[in-house]
Write a new protein. Structure first.
Length: 319
């Protein structure tokens, strides 16, 4: 099947989703990222691989980690980064998104890093670039609606590989608001492609998408049962801003049933790692003692995210 993210030589042209991205491409991104983790520990944290390239960060939705780590990644590769301030940009005056894109193309953009609350925005931009003969410009999806967050999925894969090595031996549980989560969708796509044999999703019925079983996961409505014996616990944030209507009891009750506490974590393997994409709601989906405990790898996830984003940007636009 043709994958619109790959060019006719099978190289990565855009990074829009992890759905259908071949295993070799995912592994190659993780392998490319590995040496970049060392660069970020050097005193002079710079490589010239994207010298002279202009990268535009277009964040139409809030972000701290993702926007900042994309900016740091681009700067460490010596690219010129422009952060468009969307709230004061011309889109706020009524200019269409594609008119904004055309204007940034006229400034010789080489790459757009896009976050938008509407699912499909990065794909729309990629299609527009293709239709207007600008295939040399790359698009990276930094999170679109409930659809996908591919670089988050990749940095999660990097983190799991770093701590647990072999995907084919793992039991992994994704816990929480799967229904509204683009992160969960990207994680599930990558973990199934990488051959994780035991992939579980733990959530209240109201926060599970109806199509979930077709994604190759086992679902659990009992958190204790779902956590038993897992190697990796991947927590999700409760996406309050995406919820329409009353899908949940109070936050206190949610925490009682679905919050990750030390007592529930004790059911996983003793060396299980705990992940969270951030931002965390302490005392709602995760207890502070667990978030700051010695099984948590939440801050390493952030650090690895820089190397993984460097790898993606290099594979797209590097010489
Ligand atoms: C996630 C996002 O924005 O999709 N955060 C992130 O990128 N680190 C997850 C979330 O908002 O819950």
């Amino acid at each position: 099947m043709h994958n619109p993210q790959l060019n006719r030589h099978g190289e990565l042209q855009h990074l829009l989703t992890l759905d259908g991205l071949p295993r070799e491409v995912i592994i190659s991104i993780l392998d490319h990222a590995a040496p970049f983790t060392e660069v970020t520990e050097r005193e002079v944290k710079k490589l010239p691989l994207l010298r002279g390239k202009s990268i535009f960060n277009l964040f139409f939705e809030n972000s701290t980690r993702t926007r900042t780590t994309f900016e740091i990644a681009a700067k460490r590769l010596t690219a010129d980064v422009v952060n468009l301030n969307v709230s004061t940009s011309s889109t706020a005056k009524g200019e269409s998104l594609l008119d904004t894109i055309d204007n940034l193309c006229a400034m010789h953009a080489d790459m757009f890093v896009v976050r938008h609350s509407a699912s499909g925005t990065p794909v729309l931009i990629a299609q527009h670039l293709h239709a207007t003969g600008r295939d040399h410009i790359h698009v990276v999806n930094a999170g679109d609606g409930r659809h996908a967050h591919p670089t988050q999925g990749l940095l999660d894969m990097y983190t799991i590989r770093h701590f647990k090595h072999d995907f084919s031996q793992l039991s992994i549980a994704i816990v929480g608001d799967v229904l509204h989560s683009r992160v969960a969708r990207s994680q599930i796509a990558a973990l199934t492609t990488l051959g994780v044999p035991d992939l579980r999703v733990i959530a209240p019925k109201t926060l599970l998408p109806s199509s979930i079983e077709s994604m190759g996961v086992r679902t659990f409505n009992d958190m204790r049962e779902g956590l038993r014996g897992v190697d990796v616990v991947m927590m999700l944030r409760l996406q309050n801003e995406r919820m329409a209507g009353a899908l949940l009891p109070t936050p206190q009750e949610y925490y009682k049933i679905w919050g990750l506490t030390a007592e529930k974590l004790a059911l996983a393997k003793p060396d299980a790692i705990v992940m969270h994409p951030g931002p965390m709601n302490r005392g709602i989906e995760i207890d502070s003692a667990v978030a700051d405990g010695n099984q948590a790898v939440i801050l390493p996830q952030v650090t690895f995210g820089i190397a993984v984003r460097m790898a993606v940007m290099c594979m797209l636009a590097g010489q």
